[in-house]
Design a protein around this ligand. Structure first.
Ligand SMILES: [Ca+2]
Length: 219
């Protein structure tokens, strides 16, 4: 009984990971406007079977002077990852543009755009990121918007229609080669990290359930 319950707990805690070791795994490239919504065209990333972090990875060259992202659509209910982490690795041939260093979530009942900053720009070698999946780290509409409230964050995570990881790290200045930088993406993962108190409470419930089950068996 306890072993089964712990198994269920492990699944609930779980993770969703894309390694790109066998292909692009449904991720695509979107040439976007500054509102993170207007699309100037969707293309497939280049898939490389080696050279990633580790194994295979996807990459794309900047298609225009606007911004572009790696994107996964229709993820569905990701509520289990609220309070957890979003991890990924990026590499980029340029790091001259710091205006789009974000991850964008779209979804929820009100079809909202929530934006969180990734921090330092990626290097030309693989650079790891680990972002907190908490409302206070996200802003409405752009990285300069108001701080997202818990209810809206829960709504978006409850029906995540798009995850967009910016690939735009080169300055869009005509004549500067950085305009057409190439960006690589690998090892995207959503990880649920239950609070210690929550885990303890869940284990307590499991123990109570087990005790009740034993009492019924004996009765
Ligand atoms: Ca990989």
């Amino acid at each position: 009984m306890a072993a089964i319950a712990l198994g269920l707990l492990a699944v609930a805690a779980g993770a969703q990971t894309w390694t790109f070791d066998g292909g692009a795994e449904g991720w695509q490239v979107n040439d976007l406007g500054a509102d993170w919504v207007t699309s100037f065209g969707v293309t497939q990333p280049v898939w490389s079977p080696s050279g990633g972090a580790p194994g295979g990875f996807v990459s794309a060259q900047d298609p225009s002077s606007t911004t572009f992202v790696f994107e996964k659509l229709a993820l569905g209910d990701y509520s289990t990852f609220v309070g957890g982490k979003l991890g990924f690795a990026l590499q980029c041939t340029a790091n001259s543009w710091g205006g789009d260093n974000v991850v964008v979530f779209r979804g929820g009942a009100a079809d909202q755009i929530l934006v969180t900053q990734i921090g330092a720009l990626p290097a030309t070698t693989w650079t790891d990121y680990s972002l907190d999946l908490t409302a206070d780290k996200f802003r409405y509409g752009s990285r300069d918007g108001g701080v997202v409230n818990g209810a809206d964050f829960a709504s978006v995570m409850g029906n995540l229609t798009a995850v967009r990881i910016s690939a735009e790290y080169g300055a869009s200045t005509p004549g500067i080669p950085d305009t057409f930088e190439t960006t690589g993406l690998d090892r995207v993962s959503f990880t649920a990290i239950p609070e210690p108190a929550t885990s303890a409470a869940m284990l307590g419930l499991v123990a109570l359930g087990g005790a009740a089950w034993m009492r019924r068996r004996r009765g």
